[in-house]
Ligand binder design. Sequence first.
Ligand SMILES: NC(=O)c1ccc[n+]([C@@H]2O[C@H](COP(=O)([O-])OP(=O)(O)OC[C@H]3O[C@@H](n4cnc5c(N)ncnc54)[C@H](O)[C@@H]3O)[C@@H](O)[C@H]2O)c1
Ligand SMILES: N[C@@H](CCC=O)C(=O)O
Length: 572
Amino acid sequence: MSKILRSNPLARNSRRAFPSGVAQRRLVSTAYKLPPSYNEPNLHYRTASPEREKLVTALSKLREQLPISVPTVKNGKEIASKDEQHTLMPSEIATQFAKYSPATKQDVEAAIAAALEAKQSWAETSFHDRAAIFLRAADLVSNKYRYELMAATMLGQGKNAWQAEIDAAAELADFYRFNVGFAEEIYTRQPTLHAQGQAGKTDWRPLEGFVYAVSPFNFTAIGGNLISGPALMGNVVLWKPSPGNIYSSYLVHKILLEAGLPPGVIQLVNGDAEMITDVVYEHREFAALNFTGSSDVFRELYARAGEGVRTKKYRDYPRMVAETSGKNFHIVHNTADIPNAVKHTIRASFEYAGQKCSACSRIYIPESRAEEFWKEMKDSLSPVKVGAPEDFSSFTGPVINDKAFKKITTAIDSANKDSQLEKIVGGTYDGSKGLFIEPTIYSAKTLDHPLFDQELFGPVLVAYVYPDAEYDALLEKIDTQGGGLALTGAIFASDQKVIRKTEDRLRYAAGNFYTNCKTTGAVIGQQSFGGARGSGTNDKAGSAGMLMRFVAPRTLKEEYHKLEDVLYPHNY
Ligand SMILES: NC(=O)c1ccc[n+]([C@@H]2O[C@H](COP(=O)([O-])OP(=O)(O)OC[C@H]3O[C@@H](n4cnc5c(N)ncnc54)[C@H](O)[C@@H]3O)[C@@H](O)[C@H]2O)c1
Ligand SMILES: N[C@@H](CCC=O)C(=O)O
């Protein structure tokens, strides 16, 4: 028995009060303090740096294995894939990247049954034992698997070294570490007011049933968070990753198993999204959807869950948790530092080919500074290179797949011919070897152009040059356009009154609002992330709020004295 346990009065009391080992463990666990969370330090991958060498080695090792066969994992056991389906490498479409076996309906049913079987024992595992698994996983991400995860994210999802570093290494490790801290904070939320002769407490129960996690292609870390948050709170999870990141998602799962996650707790199933969803939505134990992806898909999933609720299909009202699309804006005020605004805009709009929900895709520029802005933009874009992620001189890479390429390039073709748009840069693409699209900017003659409302999820930015005197009216328009989405926004200005006014007037236009800083790049533990309106349920990834959606608190009260009478004093 540890020193802490021996000297802990709560531990001693609980041992007397609860003969069952399980209840005893659960109570004493809150008495320990876990290590503080910290952000994973970023490595920079400069020429000849040790990290660059390790990454290059991991990239060539992965290349030799292409197409990589992704095993099916059933209840923690790897089964060789029959390789019926494959994905392509976005930067080199002649190369198959991953091969895998899609799950059948029976596989999905079996995975749900196995998760539910693992549920009780996982829910009874003490919080500190669950936390240890995720802290160990964070360590595996930042050390043993760092380069393997990054190589998978670079070749499979088309991220360059820096983008892979912040996603697959730093953000993934950060989610694991910070979620443990957030969970600890939740568990210590206990009633502080107790009337004499009684005591109250809150039992932070996991949900009954299972959580369905559905993740997008663009961030390896997001899938990792969608599954680990609920699991950390004692839930079991069925995980359907995107077909666009099957291999990196497999690695995330493998790391959790290696870190000690009991095999049944998170069940990974690849395959047809609609079939898998059908099986889940038919199940009485469906307790929550944890979704990140496009708003249109979420609307469909939300509506279907509503129908199941109406017909009393489920025991509970399944929780709907989602972070979805964005049509994010930069506002440049005439007091802005233009070079700073331009650099931030290039990063926000074109890093990772604009494939971030937080990417800036609409910008408003004051007439008095427009010429300066465009000159600075063209100068700053000239060294920006579009190319394969393995080429370390590439600033940005390909888009994820043929469907995305077609959607974005169709919009570009039509924009190139649109008399209401003036092309500032780009407007070209080349899909012959990889799915590459040049950073593209159009200046619209009217604020009502449909491009201000459509999420393209590519490197396309639409601008409007506004008369300086019409700033207030512009704010009203910004608030109402953007296709009903409200994820991220930013103001570039040096006038503090303008900054304050903009923040106030656009209070509901973005869930994450930045001043003199780009719309992308929220850091776990520093800026929790998510938007409202059409952009999601705004539970904020990287916060205790998100974890709260995966607990069903129970309030307990115990009285120590006896009730002396039935009648009230005034009854006599
Ligand atoms: N707000 C955020 O935090 C955030 C983060 C990343 C991505 N996104 C959004 O995600 C989108 C890009 O990612 P994507 O292309 O992977 O999104 P997507 O909506 O196409 O797919 C997301 C997930 O849903 C699944 N899916 C698709 N159709 C489905 C259906 N009919 N039933 C059940 N599941 C279905 C996909 O297979 C995938 O796993 C963008 O809209 C982006 O803004 C949002
Ligand atoms: N959280 C990330 C975006 C994730 C969506 O794709 C950011 O803040 O840039």
